[in-house]
Structure formats: structure tokens, C-alpha cells
Design a protein around this ligand. Structure first.
Ligand code: DCP
Ligand code: MG
Length: 412
């Protein structure tokens, strides 16, 4: 128990709400297994929920309904039932169900590369046709990202990131760094002067958000054209969620509206097996951050986000921003957003810039395959929180420390 406290931190181990967790860890440590887990593994209903919710578009609730109402206990049974009664699941789920078994398989690096190259060449062609007055050689099409970029021997899916320097959302970025710090320096005309893609007809004195929205519209149009082209060629076989476009695009606090990325999710068939393919078009000011995010792995990302938080910043796929936090994140068991203000985007052109700004040693993608929270970055974050605490700064870091821990990989 003493050792456990040392590992988890005495504050964490002492907390009432963590009691159950500490008990479970002790049980695993002493017996090598967990009774509760054994029960779950032996529970056919739970196993069925796990299996059914692996189908794209089927969540926990839907899986429960399929079991309890329709007596469907496996993907195999679901496939048969859906042929008789297509209304059992949404049309989009029906389609993905057909290639569900394929999507559970991993592919070789070589096949992932073929997918990336195919998207790259088609993206160049579409860009040249749609936007002939912009320099196609400056179109960045990076991918496969994720496990491929980290040098893993096989890949579960392919992510491709696209950007072009003319798809700029934030015209202020073209001004000097000095001016960037002066919030009020932004004039309406500086927006109108910005050379945004698809913005050729923009006139001086337009809505300040006009440039960003035009950039966004241009990215959407590019992505939709690319999708339709790859589909017409028979490479893409299905779009997820109807048209493949992610509907909920969040705009980061402090950004001009419409600054989010355009995102496509679909299924392709480069050879005999269906594969998952995502294509994301980012504004150039977010690109370096998106590269880090989509390279992963998820453990590494969590450690880095945690470290940024310890430095008073907020990090995500769309940037690094100063974040002022109230220091209270839980009250009466209720979660309260402790982020009170978010500053302007820290300008970074490359991944290395992001590491530099945070004062971290640059890690090559293959060095980002981490499997626990004992990473340098997470360790640094913990030390920072500790220093702040000793310095008398009130920081509620218990949740931040948890950020350095891996996400729940095993959902039951
Ligand atoms: N990612 C993340 N947090 C998540 C999901 C994803 O930070 N909850 C990031 C890190 C991942 C990247 O996105 O590396 C791509 O997600 P994938 O699910 O494709 O993960 P990988 O490419 O690493 O693995 P796989 O080979 O299974 O696709
Ligand atoms: Mg992947």
C-alpha cells in the first residue's frame, strides 16, 4: 500500500473518490486478475455489447436495444437480420456493416502508402482545376499520418492532412509579431486585403469574418470535389454518415468563426479489402498542430497536452493558446469549466516550433510510440505542477495529472 501511494501520489490515493480504483489496483497486483473483470468477461450480454458497438455508427445504447428488443447478439446475426429488415439500423450503418469485417483488419505499410499516394495525386489535380491562380506546388498533402508516420509495421486506417498557405483564416498572422500582441491593431481593411483562397471578389470593408468564411468555403469545396472524384474513380466506396463530412465543426475559442478544419470520413478499396480513410483540410496556421495531433500516439498527445496545461497553455489540433484557469474544476461533484480565457494562437510553422515554444526536446515521429505515462514529457509536467504547489500557487492539478495517464483503452 505504501508503494502504491508512492506511485499514485499520496493526494490521489487518499482521495475518497479514488478508493475504488486503488482497491482494484491492489487486487490486480495481488491476484493477477480482477474478479469484476472476470464476471464481465463471462457476461454474454456485455460481450455482445462490445462486439456490436464495434460497428461504425452503433453505440452503447443502440447495441442494448438490438440485444434486448431484437434479440440480436452478434454482428453475424445483425447482418442476417438487416437483410430481412433494413430498417433495423440506419441506412449508413447498413452500408458500413457490409464491409465491417474488412475494417477490423490491419493493413501493411505498403498498402497504406498506396492509399496516401492516390489521395495526394488526386488532390493536386483537383486543386489545379479548382484554383488555377494559386500555386499547386505549395499544396501540402501529408499522409498516411498516425501509426504509419511513427514507423509502425502495420496500420489500422489512413489519415491524410491537407493545407495550402493561401487558405489562411487569420489575416493578422501576416502582420508583424509586434502587431500581433496589440489586439486592437486589427482593422477591417486588413481583413479585406488578405489573400484568401476563393476570396478574389472580396471587397474592402467587408465583414471581418468574411475572409475566414471564404477560406472555409473554398476548403469545403475542394474536399467535396476530391471526394466525388475519388468516388467516381471507384476508389472510395462509401462515405460515413451520408456525405462523409463531419457535421460538428467546432471553432476554437478566440478564433474567427469558420476557422475549424474541413473533415471527410470514408471507406476506400485500394485492393480487395475495404479500408478506412480520413482526409482533413486545415487552415495553414493550424497545420503544425494538426501534424502533431495526427501523428500521435494518443499517449504521447495526452502527455504533451498535460505539459502545455502545466505551462498555462491549452493545446489541441488547432493550436496552442494561453489559457487562464480559475483553478477549480470540480464542485459538489459537478464539473465546472475551469478555462476562463483563451489567448491568441501562438504562431508555429513546423512541429519543431511547437516543441521549441513549449521548451521540450523535439521528438521524431518514431520516438512518439510511447506506451505509458512514464515519458519525459509527462514527468516534466508533474514536476512543474509540484513546483507551482510548493511556490504557493493554488493549482488543482489532480485532474491535470490524470491527463498524463493513458486514455481508457479497454472499454467494458
Ligand atoms: N488521437 C488522439 N486521441 C484520440 C484518438 C486519436 O490523440 N482519442 C490521435 C493520435 C493518433 C492519431 O490521432 O495517433 C490517429 O488516430 P488513429 O486512431 O488512427 O491511431 P493510430 O494511427 O495511432 O493507430 P492505428 O494504426 O490503429 O490507426
Ligand atoms: Mg491510424
Amino acid at each position: 500500500e505504501h508503494n502504491l501511494r508512492k506511485i499514485l501520489g499520496s493526494k490521489f490515493a487518499k482521495k475518497d473518490s479514488n478508493k475504488g480504483l486503488v482497491q482494484k489496483i491492489t487486487e490486480i497486483h495481488e491476484s493477477g486478475d480482477l474478479d469484476r473483470l472476470k464476471e464481465w468477461r463471462a457476461d454474454p450480454r456485455r460481450c455482445a455489447i462490445m462486439e456490436l458497438s464495434k460497428v461504425w455508427g452503433i453505440g452503447y445504447r443502440k447495441a442494448q436495444t438490438l440485444i434486448d428488443v431484437h434479440r440480436i447478439w452478434s454482428v453475424k446475426e445483425l447482418k442476417v437480420a438487416v437483410e430481412e429488415n433494413p430498417k433495423l439500423v440506419e441506412a449508413r450503418v447498413h452500408r458500413t456493416l457490409r464491409c465491417h469485417d474488412d475494417l477490423q483488419l490491419r493493413m501493411s505499410r505498403e498498402e497504406a502508402m498506396v492509399i496516401g499516394d492516390r489521395v495526394r495525386s488526386c488532390a493536386r489535380a483537383v486543386f489545379s482545376e479548382l484554383l488555377p491562380s494559386h500555386d499547386v506546388t505549395k499544396l501540402k498533402v501529408e499522409g498516411p499520418m498516425g501509426s504509419f508516420r511513427r514507423g509502425q509495421p502495420d496500420c489500422g486506417d489512413v489519415d491524410v492532412l491537407v493545407t495550402h498557405e493561401d487558405w489562411l483564416d487569420d489575416p493578422e498572422r501576416t502582420l508583424s509579431l509586434d502587431k500581433q500582441s496589440q489586439e486592437s491593431s486589427l482593422s477591417r481593411s486588413s481583413y479585406a486585403r488578405t489573400r484568401n483562397l476563393g476570396d478574389e471578389e472580396a471587397t474592402e470593408g467587408e465583414d471581418p469574418d468574411y475572409g475566414a468564411q471564404r477560406s472555409r468555403a473554398s476548403r469545403d469545396k475542394f474536399l467535396a470535389t476530391l471526394r466525388d472524384r475519388l468516388h467516381a474513380q471507384g476508389f472510395l466506396t462509401d462515405h460515413l454518415g451520408g456525405d462523409g463530412f463531419q457535421k460538428k465543426t467546432t471553432t476554437v475559442q478566440g478564433e474567427v468563426p469558420g476557422a475549424g478544419c474541413s473533415s471527410y470520413m470514408g471507406i476506400c478499396k485500394p485492393r480487395e479489402t475495404h479500408r478506412r480513410l480520413d482526409i482533413k483540410v486545415y487552415a495553414p496556421q493550424h497545420y503544425a498542430y494538426a501534424m502533431i495531433y495526427f501523428t500521435g500516439n494518443d499517449y504521447f498527445n495526452r502527455s504533451m497536452r498535460c505539459y502545455a496545461k502545466a505551462c498555462g497553455y491549452s493545446l489541441c489540433d488547432k493550436g496552442l493558446r494561453k489559457a487562464a484557469r480559475s483553478g477549480v474544476s470540480h464542485k459538489d461533484g459537478k464539473y465546472i469549466d475551469n478555462k476562463v480565457a483563451v489567448g491568441r494562437l501562438v504562431v508555429c510553422d513546423t512541429e519543431k516550433d511547437v516543441f521549441d515554444v513549449l521548451g521540450l526536446d523535439y521528438k521524431e515521429p518514431h520516438e512518439r510510440n510511447v506506451s505509458d505515462n512514464a515519458t519525459e514529457v509527462a514527468e516534466k509536467a508533474r514536476r512543474l505542477f509540484e513546483e507551482q504547489r510548493r511556490g504557493g500557487v493554488v493549482v488543482d492539478s489532480s485532474d491535470d495529472e490524470e491527463d498524463a495517464r493513458p486514455a481508457g483503452r479497454f472499454r467494458l
